[in-house]
Design a protein around this ligand. Structure first.
Ligand code: AMP
Ligand code: GLY
Length: 413
């Protein structure tokens, strides 16, 4: 079977590596991919949102299955277009993906179907929005109602900060013209719960936890994720059962009842608050960097899982009970400005998995080519052992312009 993966980062490298082990898969293409993915796939120079070009490629190459990584491709309607052309594709339709791409759609759906989440209101008018903030306690959470490349959520701790953010979002339309969701600030540990969903059927993967802040002890600016681990000791089996029965399954059913059944990976960004587990956000795809630590645990043939989800067949997932922990190596300066093109050495010395996030290859050597460059994943019988192993393997990578956290997993240790 020939597979096309749409996307470029570490998440797509993890999907590609898992598919390369499938007994069904003979050829993997990745558009646009990266230098690490090129070790196991043929790169195709098409942008992830260029749906027409991707469709033409899939038809010409007789691709048997396409797998979508990033939300931008879902929002561009890739699944609808491929389905209309009779091409097999793994991911939700544009309408179903609104659970990620529109915060107000997701919040209204949760309210209507009694799925636990923070109380909220939606605003398009600046004056009404700021009046609402004045009537509530701080901090308060302001969420731009659309895709904003990870910059659309502000936790305002002062009235001035709320005013400034709402001006940016509603008057100056910094991310485009849309509304803002204002919701209560919740507290507790966050975790990521990814499930394979096929209409009303929900198959949970192991939970994981992302680390958004740039530096150790969760200090510094927010990033796309500096590391993750799976096998999360602070989330027990009854938490997972609650999240499945009260959040993930009802959400799949709600989407069906609304006429937009979901097929793909539904990602619950959840928080364990003192009043129970609540939804912070939904994503309509695999998480990054969570996928890099969850897929290595999955023992199933991933190609088979994708096809069974699309076809509505029963799936039985099995997972390696070991803990998996991934440390991201990012360019110095990231998430602000950074330089590219630094030589990376020692990649072959690593005893574990190295997924590439942003690298380029030249004459058999690898160079930094993005903000997040690599993620090194190691395993252990305990979380602590996985952390120690990952940190040891990271130290084998030599480069003059990379930094990383040393405390991934600390919230469970
Ligand atoms: P989101 O893009 O919705 O995941 O929001 C980004 C981050 O903001 C989340 O990972 C949380 O850490 C934080 N956040 C979002 N909503 C809330 C909330 N209601 N209370 C506390 N923190 C929140
Ligand atoms: N790790 C968060 C996300 O994938 O959106």
């Amino acid at each position: 079977m020939k597979v096309l993966i749409v996307g470029a980062g570490g998440r797509c490298h993890a999907i590609a590596l898992a598919l390369s082990k499938s007994k069904y898969v003979s050829e993997i293409y990745c558009a646009p991919g990266n230098a690490g993915i090129a070790q196991i796939a043929t790169l195709v120079p098409i942008k992830e949102t260029d749906v027409e070009a991707l469709k033409a490629f899939a038809i010409k190459q007789k691709i048997d299955l396409t797998v979508v990584g990033p939300e931008m491709a879902l929002a561009a309607g890739i699944v609808d277009e491929f389905n209309a052309a009779g091409l097999k594709i793994f991911g939700p339709t544009k309408k179903a993906a609104e659970i990620e791409t529109s915060k107000s759609y997701a919040k209204d759906l949760m309210k209507k179907y009694h799925i636990p989440t923070a109380s909220y209101e939606v605003f398009t008018d600046y004056e009404k929005a700021i009046n609402y903030v004045r009537g509530h306690s701080l901090p308060i959470v302001l969420k731009y109602d659309g895709l904003a490349a990870g910059k659309g959520v502000v936790i305002a701790t002062t009235l001035e900060e709320a005013e400034e953010t709402l001006k940016d979002m509603l008057i100056d339309e910094e991310f485009g013209s849309s509304s803002v969701v204002i919701e209560d600030y919740l507290e507790g540990p966050e975790f990521s719960f990814m499930c394979f969903v096929s209409n009303d059927k929900v198959y949970p993967m192991e939970v994981s936890q992302d680390h958004k802040r740039a530096y150790d002890n969760d200090l510094g600016p927010n990033t796309g994720g500096m590391g993750a681990y799976s096998g999360v000791p602070i989330i027990n089996d009854s938490d997972k059962e609650y999240a499945l029965k009260h959040i993930m399954e009802p959400t799949a059913l709600a989407l069906m009842a609304e006429g937009c059944p979901f097929k793909g990976v539904l990602y619950g960004g959840l928080m364990k608050t003192k009043d129970g587990i609540k939804v912070i956000e939904f994503n309509a795809r695999f998480g990054d960097p969570e996928t890099e630590v969850v897929l290595p645990k999955l023992k199933n043939d991933l190609f088979e899982v994708f096809c069974d989800i699309i076809d509505g067949n029963k799936v039985e997932l099995t997972f390696d009970p070991m803990y998996y922990l991934g440390v991201v190596l990012a360019s110095k300066g990231y998430p602000s400005s950074y330089e590219k093109g630094f030589l990376i050495e020692g990649l072959n010395d690593v005893n574990g998995i190295v997924y590439h996030m942003g690298t380029k290859e030249d004459g058999g050597k690898y160079y930094t080519n993005g903000g997040r460059v690599l993620i090194v994943v190691a395993k252990g019988k305990t979380l602590l052992e996985a952390q120690q192993n990952a940190n040891l393997e990271v130290s084998k990578i030599k480069c003059n312009n990379l930094y990383h956290r040393t405390d991934i997993g600390h919230r469970s240790l």
